[in-house]
Design a protein around this ligand. Sequence first.
Ligand code: ADP
Length: 454
Amino acid sequence: MKPLSVKLRIAVWLTLLMGLLAVLLLAFLLSISKVVAAQSSMSQLSQTVRSNLSQTGMANGRLALGDSFSFYQDGVSTLIYSREKALLAGQIPVSFSIEEEFQNGITRVVNAGGGQYLVLDLWLPMGWDNGVWLRGLMEVPENRQLTASLLRVALIVMPAFMALAALGSYWIARRAFRPLDSIMSAAASINEAQDLSRRIGLPPGRDEFSQLAATFDQLFQRLEKSFESEQQFAADASHELRTPVSIIKGACEYAEKYDETPEERLETISMIHRQANRMSQLISQLLSMTRLDQGTETAKLEPVKLNDLIRSLCQEQAYDPDRLILELQEEVTAAADPALLSRLIQNLVENGFKYGRPDGCVWISVRQSGGEILLEVRDNGMGIPSEQQDKIWQRFYRADPARSGEGGTGLGLAIVQQIAHLHGGYMTLESVPRVGSAFTLHLPAAESSAQATA
Ligand code: ADP
């Protein structure tokens, strides 16, 4: 069986609840009406008997009744008994077929064979040792008529009432759930048509659905952006790889077609070698970036003495000590991944040489300031125009491809920034064209980073 929709379930639940309420209300009304009827019968009985009592007296040693004495009035029969309980006047109703003890002034309900009776006895003293009993009898009304009319009304009103409740609650639920329908249809069409540019676009509001729709729209926007940048990345990567491949293909085709001199052949081979190197560099940078992106390669932070790390990196890479100047006075320890941090410094130093003057220098300095560790790589090279300073961090962006030549991929600084973020830090740049550039890595000081990771 198909499960009921939430809207229908709400409508059914409310209708059943309404039905239950209506039944309870009816039962309550019936019991109230019984109590009210019993009370009005009792007061009727008491009133009639007492008014007859005031009309009863003795005249010349005999019982004398006033003009307004009535033996039967408004369903109340009044009987007069002697002190010895002998009936003096009045007529016992046929259905009152029992002997009931006399109790002065107490109204009670008595089962009298033929039905239930309200009984009230009043003692009227006459002289020192005489008197009479007045007994009032009233049949307890069975309320059948009232019950029947109440049930008749209920039978007409209740179904109409429940139908109204069902329709009303379904309508309200439908209206309340309409935004959810738009959210579902937008999500389905995004899924089916792969159209990430679609938005739910609910008007802004404070209810849960508007907030949910706004959150979904933000999510779609982020998905669209990241999908676009993925596509851009794939397109840029294949474009970058295609260039060396076509150079290699062209060189091979030329070598096959024409008889090259040994010198020309050597030149072709070295060109193929350079392009292969470029491809290998690009592929390894792409791989490392993807690993960092996907979290396959994560930063394993440990206390690292930055001066030692920089010195051993310079030795490994055999940088010219006349052109790479280390300004390492303070001993600073950072929570860092030594391999990743070395890659970051290496990228910055190599850029410093690549975009520096032919005889230019690169300076590395480390210091601690406030809660931050600052690692700066500075050069006195070509500098970067201010309008390009934000863009150089983007993947594949090269401010001056002619200058970086075949060695540049446009990925170096994107990797630098990724590594900085993995360390809980960030990069800043100060650069003046034709004067030089200073790239600074800001890392949380070891103490505060330990607190952050704790
Ligand atoms: P590339 O492989 O082109 O060097 P990067 O991401 O390392 O890629 O750098 C991006 C661009 O930023 C470079 O093409 C260059 O124009 C500019 N750039 C990077 N470092 C420097 C620097 N030290 N001085 C001047 N320009 C720089």
